[in-house]
Design a protein around this ligand. Structure first.
Ligand code: NOJ
Length: 565
């Protein structure tokens, strides 16, 4: 038995697609996040699947996106929506087959759309072969060394080994039973007990992940999104944390310096392939300098900009965050990323309609009052604001439809974050409700009875309903993506702020385009311009509150796509 890697790298499949060579594609790409389970259901069982995505590739093409990022699609018990991977080299049967994934990658590429997949290095599923073998092998076995098994404190070993707190609240250790049924060692899990942490000091763990990268790069995948990228390495001494301590240099399980060796190795693997395969990090770190270290040459290509995503609807907060973002990326030569939401956070159309419009995991509550109309307007304005900024852009599925966060009935919620909070936090399922495609009642063309219930008032938000309405959010996104690609100043022009008042965010791209967002309570006169390229709301000479306009300051050269909206 090969104990180093579960399966050695398969020969390159004949169907490996050739990726286009356009260098630096990821620097300005528009990347659409597909939460497969909730995108489209091809076989009518109420769970989104790869057949559903393949059937809707035309939709994604018409949206104009350059790449798709798929949340984990691997075989998994779905204890944490697939972030508990049981087998990296297979697709979960609820989503489809490996062959379908290969077809999907190739079909998307044929439309000019690249595929990015999720890799979850910090942990695997407790049902993964490695963990099952480790449990069976017992204390002191080499199988256990791939994880963090540890005796408990105290005479009976019933004291928890460290006081570390889970990202999902609660304790980070679970006690096992020995093969003979007696209470045994504990194992570390920064998330749920179904997600045991891997030991990244172990060479098997390193080799296995490099092999997984090759497995998928061989199949034409253009990049990986690295889950919880600042967490995998642990201080092997397992020290306790002083109570209330924030992440800091030397923290036992956040942002350890040794992580950079891992990502340099991964980068070397990615660079073995033609067509620029990219590493995108999920790096939640307050410290700008520590964050930027992940983006140094030879490490990751980009990382999510959560600093901006968590800002409230405030000109000053957003201006400061944009300035900080551009400044922290400049020294390492990496492009910024712009992210309004993802599968973990409150939908912008809801968040921006709340008194506290910033985002923090520990402040989510049921029944938070929301001005839905205001939230919708602001989310449209924010979409244009970020689409005008230099760097790459992420769109979480459904944001292009202006979907709100759904307050689900308690018995529908599956997210462990909800349960581990003692039911106080609604969890993340409210942004994971299956998409409405057509029709006037649930399942709105999604497929079978959706695994999470859809609200009864989503008919006007469906793709079909928005398709032919020129003022719809869907068409706003389409127009913005097309302009961003076709207007050279927006695609590549330099960035400079313009001072148009404390409540206004205005900046120039190149010398031809001005983006202006009004975050204040009164209309703002539009500065002199040649043409309004796009606006999030109808204009009559002034920019209303909660809206963004893109202005051409001079006649722009004929654009590749011809008429733009
Ligand atoms: C971050 C992912 O985005 C989230 O959905 C997941 O629960 C955790 N990492 C753990 O993998």
């Amino acid at each position: 038995m090969d104990t180093d890697v579960l399966r050695s790298t398969a020969p390159v499949p004949a169907r490996t697609a050739t990726l286009p060579a356009d260098e630096g594609w990821w620097r300005t790409a528009v990347i659409y996040q597909v939460y497969v389970r909730s995108f489209a259901d091809g076989n009518g069982d109420g769970v989104g699947d790869l057949a559903g995505v393949r059937a809707r590739l035309g939709y994604l093409k018409s949206l104009g996106v350059d790449a798709l990022w798929f949340n984990p699609w691997y075989r998994s018990p779905l204890a944490d929506g697939g972030y508990d991977v049981q087998d990296y080299r297979d697709i979960d049967p609820r989503f489809g087959t490996l062959e379908e994934a290969e077809q999907l990658i190739a079909e998307a590429l044929a439309l000019g759309i690249r595929t990015i997949i999720d890799i979850v290095p910090n942990h695997i599923s407790d049902q993964h072969e490695w963990f099952q073998r480790a449990l069976a092998a017992g204390p002191g076995s080499p199988e256990r060394e791939r994880f963090w098994f540890h005796p408990g404190r105290g005479e009976n070993g019933d004291g928890i080994p460290t006081n570390w707190v889970s990202s999902f609240q609660g304790e980070t250790w679970t006690r096992t039973r020995n093969p003979d049924g007696t209470p045994g060692e504990w194992y570390l899990h920064l998330f749920t007990p179904e997600q045991p942490d891997l030991n990244w000091n172990h060479p098997d763990v390193r080799r296995e992940h490099e092999d997984i990268l090759r497995f998928w790069f061989d199949r034409g995948v253009a990049g990986v999104r690295i889950d919880s990228a600042a967490l995998p390495v642990k201080d092997a001494a397992l020290p306790d944390l002083p109570p209330g301590s924030a992440p800091a240099i030397g923290h036992p399980h956040i942002d350890r310096d040794e992580l950079h060796d891992i990502y340099r190795d991964w980068r070397a693997v990615a660079d073995e392939y033609e067509g620029e395969r990219v590493l995108v990090g999920e790096v939640w770190l307050e410290d700008a300098e520590r964050f930027a270290r992940y983006l140094r040459p030879g490490e990751m290509h980009t990382a999510f900009n959560f600093g901006f995503m968590t800002q409230p609807w405030s000109a000053q907060a957003m201006r400061d965050s944009i300035t900080r973002t551009l400044a922290e990326h400049a020294p390492v030569g990496a492009p910024a990323t712009w992210v309004l939401s993802n599968h973990d956070v409150t939908r912008p159309a809801t968040r921006y309609g709340r008194a506290d419009s910033s985002f923090a995991f520990d402040r989510k509550r049921f029944g938070t009052p929301t001005d839905a109309a205001r939230g919708r307007e602001r989310a449209r304005a924010a979409a244009l604001l970020v689409a005008a900024l230099p760097g790459s852009l992420y769109i979480y599925q459904g944001d292009e439809l202006g979907l709100p966060e759904v307050e689900l009935p308690l018995d529908a919620i599956e997210d462990p974050m909800h349960f581990r909070s003692g039911g106080v936090d609604p969890g993340r399922d409210g942004c994971r409700v299956p998409l409405p495609w057509s029709g006037t009642a649930t399942p709105y063309g999604f497929g079978g009875t959706p695994w999470l219930p859809q609200p009864g008032d989503w008919a006007p938000l469906s793709v079909d309903a928005q398709e032919h309405d020129p003022a719809s959010t869907l068409n706003l996104y389409r127009a913005a993506i097309a302009l961003r690609r076709d207007v050279e100043d927006l695609a590549e022009g330099g960035f400079s702020w313009l001072e148009l008042g404390a409540d206004v965010l205005a900046f120039r791209r190149g010398d031809g385009v001005l983006s202006i967002t009004n975050l204040g309570p009164t209309p703002v006169p539009l500065p002199a311009h040649h043409e309004v390229l796009l606006a999030s709301t109808p204009l009559d000479g002034a920019l209303p509150p909660d809206s963004t306009a893109w202005l051409a300051l001079r006649p722009l050269p004929e654009r590749a796509g011809g008429a733009h909206h």
